[in-house]
Design a protein around this ligand. Structure first.
Ligand SMILES: NC(=O)c1ccc[n+]([C@@H]2O[C@H](COP(=O)([O-])OP(=O)(O)OC[C@H]3O[C@@H](n4cnc5c(N)ncnc54)[C@H](O)[C@@H]3O)[C@@H](O)[C@H]2O)c1
Length: 260
């Protein structure tokens, strides 16, 4: 088990991709804080994962856009377990509109969750990693960190931004033994994507079946969704990587939808 005695905080881990990463980390021996807006769901996930072990999990209420809530959540984890070794900044939402119809409030909300969330959680965790002289920060990017799609101006902007932030952390963190990476998944069938299917069908004037077959999976090599387990495996790779060789890099996990 490569994450024994490691303490991880994963945001947005009550469901979807974050939950799968938490499951993978706990199975590798890590103690994982399930930090989520939804405390009830976070506690339920923590209970489920702790029962399986060998690592343990705890739910932490955290709105990643609220500096005081982020600092309090990280402090609670440090008080309980003594530090933070891995941060997975994963919490995210999707809002789709044509640009000329995009409500400014929605633009700001999306950027706050993805970018302020990544900044605030990193800012709160880095001093604890620097104190230990090691750590790993992982941002949940997207193929949309590298590519664009119609209707997703805010999401594409935010996900591109995470690559820049990660590169800066890789450079600043190096002397303290802290690594930084971005995972860039293709379409993964989670509540976030389920919600988009009817919305995109309506906005683009096509059927839901066409949204899935053409827009979401048309470019993959196997017409398959990326799975939460695919993404969790890459998170584990970055979290457990033994040297600085991969720091600053982003990795696309998309069944061949986007290659570089
Ligand atoms: N599903 C995909 O196809 C896909 C593809 C690429 C990247 N991603 C990214 O993966 C991440 C997770 O997405 P998912 O598909 O698992 O979504 P999801 O909706 O299943 O889970 C998101 C979680 O984030 C939490 N959350 C939302 N706002 C929050 C906030 N302000 N503070 C704390 N927690 C908050 C939600 O409560 C939820 O538990 C997101 O960053 C998303 O952009 C998803």
């Amino acid at each position: 088990m490569k994450l024994t005695n490691k303490i991880a905080i994963i945001t947005g881990a009550a469901s979807g991709i974050g939950k799968a990463i938490a499951k993978r980390f706990v199975a590798e021996g890590a103690d994982v804080a399930i930090a989520d807006l939804n405390l009830e769901a976070a506690n339920a996930t923590a209970k489920e994962l702790s029962a399986k072990g060998p690592g343990k999990a705890m739910g932490v209420k955290m709105d990643v856009t609220d500096e005081a809530a982020v600092n309090a959540g990280v402090a609670a984890v440090v008080a309980a377990w003594g530090g933070v070794d891995v941060l997975v900044s994963n919490a995210g939402i999707q809002i789709v509109h044509k640009l000329e119809e995009f409500p400014f409030a929605d633009w700001k909300k999306l950027l706050a969750i993805h970018l302020d969330g990544a900044f605030l959680t990193s800012k709160a965790c880095l001093p604890h990693m620097y104190a230990k002289g090691s750590g790993s920060i992982i941002f949940m990017g997207s193929v949309h960190s590298k590519e664009a799609s119609p209707l997703k101006s805010a999401y594409v902007t935010a996900k591109h931004g995470l690559i820049g932030l990660s590169k800066v952390i890789a450079k600043e963190g190096a002397e303290h033994g802290v690594r930084s990476n971005v995972i860039c998944p293709g379409f993964v069938k989670t509540p976030l994507v389920e919600k988009q299917i009817p919305e995109q069908a309506k906005d683009l004037g096509i059927s839901e079946d066409e949204v899935v077959k053409r827009i979401m999976l048309g470019g993959t090599v196997d017409h398959e969704f990326t799975t939460v387990e695919d993404v969790a495996e890459v998170a584990f790779l970055f979290a457990a990587f033994p040297t600085n060789a991969l720091t600053g890099q982003s990795l696309i996990v998309s069944h061949g939808w986007f290659m570089e």
